[in-house]
Design a protein around this ligand. Structure first.
Ligand code: PEP
Ligand code: MG
Length: 296
């Protein structure tokens, strides 16, 4: 199997019947990328920007964030890099920013917190606008449930871009997308103005199945292959396709050999997975037909 993976590593991923599937990597901590050959993937499909906010006192400033995003773009060497804006809250508390809540998964997390604390969010937005000059940067917001949230994000990008322009600072407005990980967004994707979407199956599963992602003893519920989740994912893929909006998936389901064939059968042609899963995912794809049936 190692030899098969080594042989596939340098080639673009495809199904057994030759349908191309993009395979990108997730970066929770940029150090994870040190062991990855950028040529073995189609870019970074999810940068969990929380890494900038962990294990420190105070919040990271604009220049520090700009430098970190630039390093990721340099690593990708022209390939796309999708940075997710801060997804604090829920299972990702950030000291000094998130507060104690009775139901943190249903509280002020992700884009909700960014919009509630615009002075924090605008620092990240400016760093991203400046970094976008240096590579194929895309930006997406986490935990979006309402079109108004995405519109507010876009307005803040526009305002900060105007401020940078007035100051004569080099910048570019990147494509703005969103994670589809709240059922409300999945069910009404046609109402959103977005340049691309990425399905966050980890959170989508917990919200569809009412099964917290950090709970134990919920066997059978924490399953991206469950019919309810699969129907919703198919709806998202079809709605996105009908509107010409690129769609990917960056949750753990993309690296699950039992689920990936179902995703491909649902029409998904792009996933982003943990670096360690890259070879395995390409191998699974090579042994699966685009209709999800194992190649014999
Ligand atoms: C997800 O929810 O599927 C996802 C990719 O984001 P995270 O696991 O960081 O919440
Ligand atoms: Mg998530």
């Amino acid at each position: 199997e190692r030899a098969v993976e080594a042989e596939l590593a340098g080639r673009p991923a495809a199904t057994a019947d030759g349908v191309a599937v993009k395979v990108m990597v997730n970066a929770g901590d940029p150090a994870e990328l040190d062991a990855v050959d950028p040529a073995a993937c189609d870019g970074i499909g999810l940068v969990r920007s929380e890494f900038l906010f962990h294990g420190r006192r105070g919040l990271p400033g604009e220049d520090e964030q700009f430098a970190a995003y630039r390093r990721l773009l340099a690593w990708a060497a022209g390939r796309p890099v999708v940075v997710r804006t801060l997804d604090a809250g829920g299972d990702k508390p950030v000291e000094g920013l998130t507060r104690d809540e009775a139901n943190p998964f249903l509280g002020l997390r992700g884009v909700r917190l960014s919009l509630a604390r615009p002075e924090v969010f605008r620092v990240q937005v400016r760093a991203l606008l400046r970094a976008a000059v240096h590579g194929d940067l895309l930006v997406m917001a986490p935990m979006v449930a309402l079109p108004a949230e995405m519109a507010a994000v876009r307005r803040i990008f526009d305002e900060e871009a105007a401020a940078l322009a007035a100051a004569g600072t080099a910048h570019r407005t990147p494509p703005l997308g969103m994670m589809v990980e709240v059922p409300a967004a999945a069910l009404t994707l046609d109402l959103f103005e977005v340049d691309f979407v990425s399905i966050g199956s980890n959170d989508l599963v917990q919200y569809v199945m009412a099964a917290a992602r950090d709970a134990s003893g919920l066997d059978g519920l924490d399953d991206a292959g469950a019919p309810a989740v699969q129907r919703l994912i198919r709806t998202v893929v079809e709605t996105a396709a009908a509107r010409g909006v690129p769609v990917s998936l960056c949750g753990d389901a993309g690296a699950d050999a039992a689920v990936l064939p179902k995703l491909v059968a649902a029409g998904l042609r792009s996933v982003s997975v943990a670096p360690a899963a890259l070879g395995r995912v390409k191998r699974t794809l090579a042994r699966t037909r685009s209709d999800g049936v194992p190649a014999s």
